[in-house]
Design a protein around this ligand. Structure first.
Ligand SMILES: Nc1ncnc2c1ncn2[C@@H]1O[C@H](COP(=O)(O)OP(=O)(O)O)[C@@H](O)[C@H]1O
Ligand SMILES: [Mg+2]
Length: 279
């Protein structure tokens, strides 16, 4: 049975989509059969693969709202082992509904359960909010990855996300695990980045991936090339880091200490008190 991993954070621009696209491509290169589902109506996963509006024969919101069969929304990519289900493009004129019903319907979970036997990993790229869409992704998931951008307010707002995650684990999905927190856009030449990294590792204890994703222009060029970085520059730092992350995930023993779910309470304060204030 495949594992469903949701990539979540209510903060925009922290690297969720970049992680989804490049991590999935790396796992596909390592011969794992992958499905990536874009739950964000912004449709950035589709643009990362060069799909335009008219290339999409049906998206995840067609399955949620009309009775389109999920199999009919699976699009193959040019990459072996890598399929995706796009989001419908968020187009105000098309009258489509991007609302997902409250949790109790467990609709997304039920829809996805039929696919678990076809893939080794199913990833869900979430929108930047703690909306019903994200809640449903947490209910449907076996585990989660939370990207943390290595910047000053890195831990701010994490409290709300962890609170939601704990509530969902308690009431709807007791098996939910952390795969890990992922430091993204790291620049170790920069002291602030180093301090943030240390603070995040200290606060989140053993739950932070060893692998960190550096700031790398090739990753930002993914939508321009219309393919994951590993497909146009396999030796750049961005590609090699996501490949390392894929290997780290395959080597994890798959369990996290459930006490950590209870005990993780990152303080919602800026990263470093030692930093000098510039007057
Ligand atoms: N490691 C990185 N190095 C350089 N640019 C990055 C990196 N990760 C993400 N980006 C860029 O930062 C922006 C936000 O990333 P994205 O993955 O779309 O975040 P999210 O999905 O969380 O909103 C995008 O323009 C993306 O290309
Ligand atoms: Mg995104």
């Amino acid at each position: 049975m495949g594992e469903i991993i949701s990539i979540v954070s209510q903060k925009g621009g922290v690297g969720k989509t970049t992680t989804a696209v490049n991590l999935c491509a790396s796992l596909a290169r390592l011969n794992r059969k992958i499905l990536l589902i874009d739950l964000d109506p912004q449709g950035h996963v589709s643009t990362s693969f060069g799909f335009g509006k008219f290339d999409i024969k049906g998206g995840i919101y067609d399955v949620i709202h009309s009775s389109m069969n999920i199999e009919d929304t699976i699009h193959s990519t040019n990459i072996t082992n890598f399929d995706l289900i796009p989001s419908n493009f968020d187009n105000e004129e098309d009258g489509k509904n991007y609302y997902i019903a409250p949790l109790k319907e467990l609709k997304l979970k039920n829809i996805l359960s039929s696919l678990k036997s076809h893939y080794e990993f199913i990833f869900i790229d979430c929108p930047p909010s703690l909306s019903n869409a994200t809640s449903n992704a947490l209910v449907s998931a076996d585990s989660i990855i939370i990207p943390i951008q290595c910047e000053y307010y890195a831990l701010k707002a994490l409290g709300k996300l962890l609170k939601l995650t704990r509530a969902i684990k308690k009431h709807y999905n007791p098996e939910l695990q952390y795969r890990g927190f992922l430091l993204t856009m790291v620049d170790l030449r920069n002291n602030l980045s180093k301090r943030v990294m240390n603070k995040v590792r200290y606060t989140l204890k053993g739950l932070v991936f060893e692998t960190m994703i550096p700031r790398n222009i090739r990753l930002a060029e993914v939508p321009y090339y219309g393919k994951p970085a590993i497909e146009f520059d396999k030796s750049c730092k961005g590609s090699t880091s996501y490949l390392e992350l894929a290997k780290e995930i395959l080597n994890q023993d798959g369990t996290t200490d459930s006490n950590l779910f209870k005990n993780l309470t990152p303080r919602e304060e800026p990263v470093s008190k030692q930093m000098k204030v510039i007057n």
